[in-house]
Design a protein around this ligand. Structure first.
Ligand SMILES: *[C@@H]1O[C@H](CO)[C@@H](O)[C@H](O)[C@H]1NC(C)=O
Ligand SMILES: *[C@@H]1O[C@H](CO)[C@@H](O)[C@H](O)[C@H]1NC(C)=O
Ligand SMILES: *[C@@H]1O[C@H](CO)[C@@H](O)[C@H](O)[C@H]1NC(C)=O
Length: 327
């Protein structure tokens, strides 16, 4: 290589706005309930992807979104305890006070009545070994996620405060592995678009942008094409545990372009931190799906003039898209 080529190449890489092209789906089977995080500096970090496998908790990593299709995969958890061996759903990885934790739902082999939210403790790097830490919800609870408001952590999960009214619950976190204080109902499926098939609120995911705090969540039953995203926007003041501190809007992201049941999303930052991306699942079946036939897809979030997110429409599968900034 000529002496001049190296700096020019570096300059070209550093000034590129978009990442490598990619196509959806990122995972074509068992792509349900996806969660992605970027960890590391531009040029030396990885995306980590987690989805529901039913049997274990695994991380897949790659330096580009496209690379996640064939990324290095590591199973970090399986469990033989009868109460939490099975129906392992919706793992999410979060860093709290410098340590990585994985929150997930699991229950027994016989039915879905035993589903509870649990947490694994890792180390200072994502690629750590993980040990079982705690069960977080005493009662039925799935799709747990971590919300931060004013420097405090809250746990938000899907619960049944009343029979047949699958809702979002919230409690303050005493630590990364324990809840404290009262559990409150944050959102119930009261609107028509949240009640198709069954009244459901689940799959919450927090997003922070321009001093605003948002919680996306999924409404309606997964075996319908009305499974879709809604949005709770924090009013900027008031106790985050109270539903009255949030404004509900939606639906904000629904079936489109041959993708049905676009929901249970996560948010991740681009490697350079300038963009927020929505990672979601969908199916090609018009009936929707609650099983492993859901694929993982990603799309950049845009912003409206009033600071609210514009999720756009799910792209036709196979469309060539520019990857996140800084890849
Ligand atoms: C990325 O996709 C765009 C649009 O399809 C295309 O114009 C461009 O050449 C692609 N870039 C690379 C590096 O393949
Ligand atoms: C994880 O566990 C394996 C097997 O016990 C061990 O070889 C490895 O060093 C551990 N890794 C870390 C980062 O502790
Ligand atoms: C966020 O809030 C701070 C403090 O109120 C303010 O200085 C800053 O301009 C705000 N930023 C945006 C993007 O609104």
């Amino acid at each position: 290589m000529h002496l001049l080529t190296v700096p020019l190449l570096l300059l070209a890489l550093l000034s590129s706005v978009h990442g490598a092209n990619f196509t959806n789906p990122l995972r074509s089977r068992d792509g349900s309930d996806p969660f992605i995080v970027w960890d590391g500096a531009v040029g030396s970090g990885y995306y980590y992807l987690l989805t529901t496998t039913w049997n274990d908790v695994r991380l897949t990593r790659a330096t580009t979104l496209e690379g996640l299709k064939r990324g290095e995969t590591r199973v970090v958890w399986t469990d033989t305890s009868p109460s939490r061996c099975c129906n392992v759903w919706a793992p999410e990885i979060h860093r709290i006070d410098g340590t990585w934790y994985i929150y997930y739902s699991a229950g027994n082999k016989q039915n879905l009545d035993g589903q509870r939210s649990h947490v694994l403790k890792g180390g200072t790097t994502t690629w750590s070994n993980y040990t079982y830490a705690a069960q977080l919800t005493p009662d039925w609870g799935i799709d747990g996620t971590v919300l931060r408001v004013a420097g405090r952590e809250y746990f938000v999960w899907s619960c049944f405060p009343r029979p047949n009214l699958q809702s979002l619950c919230i409690a303050a976190m005493a630590s990364a592995v324990a809840l404290e204080g009262a559990t409150r109902v944050l959102s119930e499926p009261t609107l028509a678009w949240e009640r198709v098939g069954n009244p459901v609120n689940e799959g919450a995911a927090a997003m922070y942008h321009g001093n605003k705090t948002f919680l996306a969540y999924s409404g309606s039953y997964c075996w319908t094409d009305s499974y879709q995203l809604g949005l709770l926007t924090y009013k900027g003041a008031g106790d985050p545990l109270l539903a009255s501190s949030w404004v509900k809007t939606g639906p904000v992201f629904s079936s489109a372009n041959g993708n049905f049941g676009t929901g249970h999303n996560g948010f991740f930052a681009s490697p350079d931190g300038t963009e927020i991306w929505n990672v979601y699942h969908a199916t090609t079946a018009r009936t929707g799906a609650c099983d492993g036939n859901r694929y993982t897809a990603a799309k950049r979030v845009n912003w409206n003039a009033d600071g609210s997110p514009d999720f756009g429409k799910a792209d036709t599968i196979g469309t060539v898209l520019a990857g996140p900034s800084g890849e």
